[in-house]
Design a protein around this ligand. Structure first.
Ligand SMILES: Nc1nc2c(c(=O)[nH]1)N[C@H]1C(S)=C(S)[C@@H](COP(=O)(O)O)O[C@H]1N2
Ligand SMILES: [Mo]
Length: 326
């Protein structure tokens, strides 16, 4: 996949970040409201912490008790978080997902859970939504390109799902496979990655309480461009580990291939933990720019080890050479 580099599709350095205006067209808003009926069966959960943008059906969650789940930083504006995205299935420009992800049909939706588990199965979205109480978790998300956001996600720990399918002793890793449908995703026509987009985690990472299976953000269901109807959020890893629009979760014995590692192994590894001391081969990872803090005078923030979640996750990597396992 060297084509990727040659065509300039690979993550560029985000030297200038100018979030575009919100691209949610009137049509998208109406689609969202029309879809509201489908979400009406959800239990009403009180305690939402975030003011709703009023764009999509509500999906509130109670404030999470998971350690490290509440960040004091100010959340990124909804308009920015939903208009500056990486979702290559809809194009490689940051504005493409907001413009084109309206074509994604998020209902009906099924996630196949298979492989080294005693209870494999196809989980439809309604089943997943009711599997565990919804929690709101404010997480930092640091993209490998050098920008970051702070987003109030809604979901629950992936461990809740993992426990229910009862992994066998051979289950050492998880692979996440996301939707690849040419009818709905115009970006698939370009060879920017080997589709479907895949990601992976070691079992202990997948079981960590911070590892979130997310269905919503800002108190509402996920906008399509942010990975509707269900995605991962791994706050201590670079953003590309957080796979969007998941259709399959595979429990496997060997470390699975991932889309970015396959495309450019010299630049993207399996672990991809946020680490200010390990530079990307083409740029430094020591600092980051927070989306929404624009302009020439906007200060760059120092990037924190494990994106600031070191107290929670550092132990997972004790004794590992993080230069080697990047
Ligand atoms: N299926 C899929 N998931 C994906 C991507 C993608 O291109 N396809 N991009 C990743 C990258 S590089 C980032 S930074 C985050 C961005 O998530 P956000 O748009 O919700 O901020 O999604 C990740 N998940
Ligand atoms: Mo990213």
């Amino acid at each position: 996949m060297h084509l990727l580099k040659d065509r300039g599709f690979v993550h560029p350095v985000a030297s200038e970040i100018t979030p575009k205006a919100v691209y949610l067209s009137r049509r998208r808003v109406w689609q969202g409201l029309a879809a509201g009926g489908a979400w009406a069966g959800l239990p009403a959960l009180g305690g939402a912490q975030t003011a709703r943008p009023g764009k999509l059906p509500p999906l509130p969650g109670a404030r999470s008790s998971a350690a490290g789940a509440t960040v004091m930083d100010k959340p990124t504006a909804y308009a920015d978080a939903t208009s500056y995205n990486n979702f290559y299935e809809f194009g490689t420009d940051k504005a493409d997902p907001a413009q084109y992800a309206g074509a994604l049909k998020t209902r009906p939706w099924t996630v196949a859970v298979e492989g080294e588990v005693k209870k494999p199965g196809n989980f439809d979205l309604d089943t997943l939504l009711k599997l565990s109480p919804m929690e709101e978790r404010i997480y930092r998300l640091r993209c490998v390109e050098g920008w970051s956001m702070v987003i109030p996600w809604v979901g629950y720990s992936l461990s809740e799902l993992i426990k229910r399918v009862e992994p066998t002793g051979n289950a050492k890793y998880l692979q996440f496979v996301t939707l690849a449908d040419r009818q709905q995703m115009r970006g698939l026509a370009s060879g920017s990655l080997d589709w479907p987009y895949t990601e992976g985690l070691r079992m202990d990472e997948a079981m960590h309480p911070l590892t979130l299976l997310a269905f919503g953000m800002y108190g509402e269901v996920l906008p399509n461009q942010n990975g509707a109807p269900v995605r991962m959020v791994l706050p201590w890893k670079y953003g590309f580990k957080s796979a969007k629009s998941i259709v399959r979760i595979r429990f496997v014995e060997k470390q699975p291939r991932t889309a970015w590692e396959t495309a450019i192994p010299s630049e993207y590894g399996f672990y991809s933990n946020v680490n200010p001391k390990v530079d990307h081969p083409r740029w430094s990872q020591a600092t980051e720019r927070r989306i929404g803090e624009d302009g020439v005078f906007a200060r760059k923030r120092p990037t924190l080890m494990f994106n600031g979640y070191e107290p929670q996750v550092g132990q997972l990597y004790a004794g590992m050479d993080l230069r080697k396992f990047y």
